[in-house]
Design a protein around this ligand. Structure first.
Ligand code: ZN
Length: 350
C-alpha cells in the first residue's frame, strides 16, 4: 500500500472506542489516501507515501466537531446581556419581546447573502481552533421562506470554507408572533407544509425542537418528531434549558456526552470549542478525557456520523488537528491560548 501523504513522528490521540482512554499511540503515523485515513498506528509500521511530513513529536487529534450551534442569525443581543447582568431573567426578556423574537425579526429582514457574511467570522473562529465539522440549526425564520433561507445560508457556509456543515431544521424553536395563542396551528403548519418542503429540497439533515415552558409541549414536540420520522430524518431535542426537572440528568446517566458551543446570539455567543471544553471540566466536573471525547468521538455520534469522523482510524475521513502541546489535557486546562499547528480537512492542509 502506498499513501498520498504520511504524517509521522507524531503522538496520536486516536479517540478509538476499542482502546482505553484517548487511544494514545506515542510514536505514531497517519497515512492518507484519497482524503481518507489509510493507516493509523505505530510509525515503525507505516506504509510508504509520496509525501512524508515529520510532525516533530506534535500531538494529533481528530478534527474537532461542534455538534450543536445556531451559527446563522442576524442582529445581536448584547443589550439583553446587559439587562441580564442587572438581574432580568431570560424568561422576562423573552416575554417582553426580546430573546428569540428579536433575532427572528432581524433574521427575517436579512438576505441569505447577509446571513452568510455575518456568520463567516464566527465560523472562522471555530475553524482556527481545529473544527472540521459543524452542525448549524435554523429556527430564527419560522416561515417556510425564512427557514429555507437560513438552511441555504448554512449550506453556503460549507461551500465557502473547508469545513463539513450538517444542517438541522429547528422550526419548532419559538412561536412566531402571528401564531400567538395557537401553538397547535403553528405545529400543524410545520408538520404539514414547512417540513415537507424543507425535506423535499434536501435542506435538512435532522430535525430539532424546543420543548420548554416558553417553547412547545411534549405532545407538540412528539407531533413534530413523527413528521420528521415520516421523512426519514433523525431528531434532536432542546430540553431543560430554563427549567430543571432532572430529566436530562436521568437520561444522561451512563450515556456518552458530547460538548458543543451552542453558539447563538442570546444565551451562548460562544465561538471557541477549546473554551467549551474548559467550561465542561470546570463548571460541570467532566474529566479532561470526557471533554476531549465530547468534541470528537461522542460529537460524531451525536451527529450520526460515527462511521466517517470522530476518531483516527483506517477508513475514516482524514480530518485532523495537529497541536503544539505537551499532552492532550493542555487543550482543556488552558484558557485563551490556541495551540493549533495545522488543520487537515479531507486530507488537505487548510
Ligand atoms: Zn441550542
Amino acid at each position: 500500500m502506498r499513501c498520498d501523504r504520511l504524517w509521522t513522528n507524531a503522538r496520536l490521540a486516536t479517540m478509538r472506542a476499542d482502546l482505553p482512554g484517548l487511544g494514545v499511540v506515542e510514536v505514531g503515523a497517519i497515512g492518507m489516501r484519497d482524503g481518507r485515513i489509510a493507516f493509523a498506528g505505530a510509525a515503525a509500521d507505516a506504509p510508504d507515501a509520496a509525501d512524508v511530513i515529520d510532525c516533530g513529536g506534535r500531538w494529533i487529534t481528530p478534527g474537532l466537531i461542534d455538534a450543536h450551534t445556531h451559527l446563522v442569525f442576524a442582529g445581536d443581543r448584547i443589550a439583553e446581556f446587559e439587562l441580564r447582568q442587572k438581574g432580568a431573567s431570560y424568561e422576562e426578556i423573552a416575554r417582553a419581546g426580546g430573546g428569540i423574537a428579536s433575532t427572528v425579526a432581524a433574521t427575517r429582514a436579512a438576505s441569505e447573502a447577509a446571513l452568510v457574511q455575518s456568520a463567516l467570522p464566527r465560523l472562522d473562529a471555530l475553524i482556527a481552533e481545529g473544527v472540521t465539522t459543524i452542525e448549524i440549526k435554523s429556527g430564527y425564520g419560522l416561515t417556510l421562506t425564512d427557514e429555507a433561507k437560513m438552511l441555504r445560508a448554512a449550506r453556503a457556509l460549507g461551500d465557502a470554507r473547508p469545513v463539513t456543515v450538517r444542517t438541522t431544521f429547528l422550526g419548532a424553536h419559538a412561536l412566531p408572533g402571528e401564531f400567538v395563542g395557537d401553538a397547535d396551528g403553528y405545529i400543524a403548519l410545520l408538520c404539514e407544509q414547512i417540513l415537507p418542503a424543507i425535506a423535499a429540497e434536501g435542506l435538512a439533515d435532522a430535525v430539532d425542537a424546543f420543548c420548554e415552558n416558553i417553547g412547545f409541549t411534549p405532545a407538540q414536540t412528539e407531533r413534530m418528531f413523527a413528521a420528521a420520522a415520516a421523512r426519514g430524518l433523525p431528531v434532536k431535542l432542546h430540553a431543560e434549558q430554563l427549567s430543571n426537572q432532572h430529566g436530562a440528568a436521568l437520561a444522561a446517566r451512563g450515556v456518552p456526552i458530547a460538548l458543543a458551543t451552542d453558539c447563538n446570539p442570546g444565551t451562548s455567543p460562544l465561538t471557541s470549542l477549546l473554551l467549551t471544553m474548559n467550561m465542561g471540566a470546570v463548571l460541570f466536573g467532566l474529566t479532561t478525557d470526557e471533554c476531549l471525547l465530547g468534541v470528537t468521538r461522542h460529537a460524531a455520534q451525536a451527529l450520526g456520523l460515527s462511521g466517517s469522523i470522530g476518531t483516527i482510524e483506517a477508513g475514516k475521513r482524514c480530518d485532523l488537528a495537529i497541536w503544539d502541546i505537551e499532552r492532550p489535557s493542555d487543550l482543556v486546562g488552558r484558557m485563551g491560548l490556541n495551540p493549533l499547528h495545522q488543520r487537515i480537512w479531507m486530507g488537505q492542509t487548510t
